[in-house]
Design a protein around this ligand. Structure first.
Ligand code: GLV
Length: 387
């Protein structure tokens, strides 16, 4: 068993053990990948203030996200095709999250279905929704989430059309993969992935197949997002979905203060400052840079979370110190899953927890609620001078 000390260790194993098509799907941004890169490099610009002679005993990273207890302010982000990174991937990740005490968010574009994940877990999870043109499908999937005991709906606002990620087009991304000579040559070096996949029936989009009408090729993410996703999503439709759902609602994908104010006005429980991991609008700001003006604009009217760019517990701590009440990890947990299945997701959570806990202590804080802007050194020009 290799010694894992950080998320990069898991990332290397993920790359070695997972078909290129799926590793690349995870590790890419749209077009030039500028936003994808800056999501990470902008966190590096923020420094921590080392404090001394502060009693560090009795620390805790436990807190709440939308009123729900969490072992640390980190949820697993919705990630499409997680069950292609490793057989039954969503079930494995959900189990690891449940044991750790953090929320797991199931993507609409998952391989394991809502019902499958519910059958293999004991605590409620969160469900991420894409708004579809087909009203019957939409009503039905919201009802399925209710029936499965989902405890929050995470509505994604920034993907009514899919951003272009060059690698996915070049690799011919599909679920399951089409067995071309290039894919077969790649699979020959990833045999344990293949053996596990042969033992599961979950190899297509579990929430869609058998539920959505008029899907030409259910294995193609590009085709079916183009056919099914509703490009007419607006604030009125968001209100309608809020009504239909009737439970805790998180609006994900907000990057500008005016949109954050509109989102808060819906009465949702939280908004997520997110650029979809740099996978949608390339050239958008990093999410950590977008966060402060959004916090200024919404004040205490809504809980603000952040995703995109978090690869360590120090990143989580920085986001919390800047004012976010919660964060999400996507790639960081997928690297764990691709590397070592459920055990790898647990490892990713442990790595992040340890990094956060030790950094919090060395900054002189014992509880998440005491973490504030005072532990940071933020460059004066961090917000940028944009005309
Ligand atoms: C879907 O959520 C994607 O980013 O591919």
């Amino acid at each position: 068993m290799p010694v894992i000390t950080n998320i990069d260790d898991l990332k290397r194993l993920h790359k070695r053990r997972t078909p290129k098509m799926f590793y690349d799907y995870c590790e890419s941004g749209s077009w030039t990948e500028q936003t994808f890169r800056e999501n990470v490099s902008d966190f590096d610009q923020i420094r921590l203030r080392q404090r001394v002679a502060v009693d560090m005993e009795g620390r805790s990273t436990a807190t709440k996200m939308i009123g729900q207890d969490v072992a640390m302010p980190v949820a697993l982000a919705p990630v499409g095709l997680t069950g292609m990174q490793r057989a039954d991937g969503e079930i494995k990740a959900a189990k690891a999250a449940e044991k750790f005490g953090v929320p797991f968010t199931l993507s609409t574009m998952s391989i394991c279905s809502i019902e499958d994940v519910a059958a293999h877990t004991t605590k409620p999870f969160w469900f991420q929704l894409y708004v579809m043109r087909d009203q019957d499908f939409l009503k039905n999937i919201i009802q399925r989430a209710k029936d499965a005991g989902v405890s929050a709906l995470v509505l994604t606002l920034d993907l009514q059309i899919l951003g272009q990620r060059h690698k996915d087009l070049k690799n011919g991304l599909s679920a399951p993969p089409k067995l071309t000579p290039a894919v077969l040559a790649d699979l020959a070096t990833k045999w344990s992935w293949g053996l596990e996949m042969l033992q599961t029936k979950r190899r297509g989009f579990g929430n869609i197949i058998g539920h959505a009408k008029n899907v030409d090729d259910p294995s193609s993410l590009f085709k079916w997002t183009a056919e099914q996703f509703d490009p007419r999503l607006d604030w009125g439709k968001i209100e309608a979905i809020k009504e239909m759902w009737g439970g805790p609602l998180i609006l994900k994908g907000v990057m500008e203060p005016e949109d954050a104010v509109m989102a808060a006005k819906t009465g949702c429980d939280a908004i997520v400052v997110s650029n979809h991991g740099g996978r949608q609008l390339d050239g958008a700001l990093s999410s950590i840079r977008a966060l402060p003006p959004i916090l200024d604009a919404v004040g205490d009217s809504v809980e603000v979370h952040l995703d995109s760019g978090i690869r360590s517990g120090q990143d989580v701590l920085k986001a919390i110190a800047m004012g976010a009440k919660g964060t999400y990890i996507g790639r960081a947990f997928v690297h764990g899953l691709g590397a070592m299945g459920e055990e790898g997701v647990t490892k990713a959570l442990e790595v992040i927890h340890k990094e956060m806990d030790i950094s919090m202590a060395l900054c002189g804080r014992k509880h998440i609620e005491d973490v504030d802007r005072d532990i940071l050194r933020v460059p004066e020009d961090f917000a940028g001078r944009w005309a």
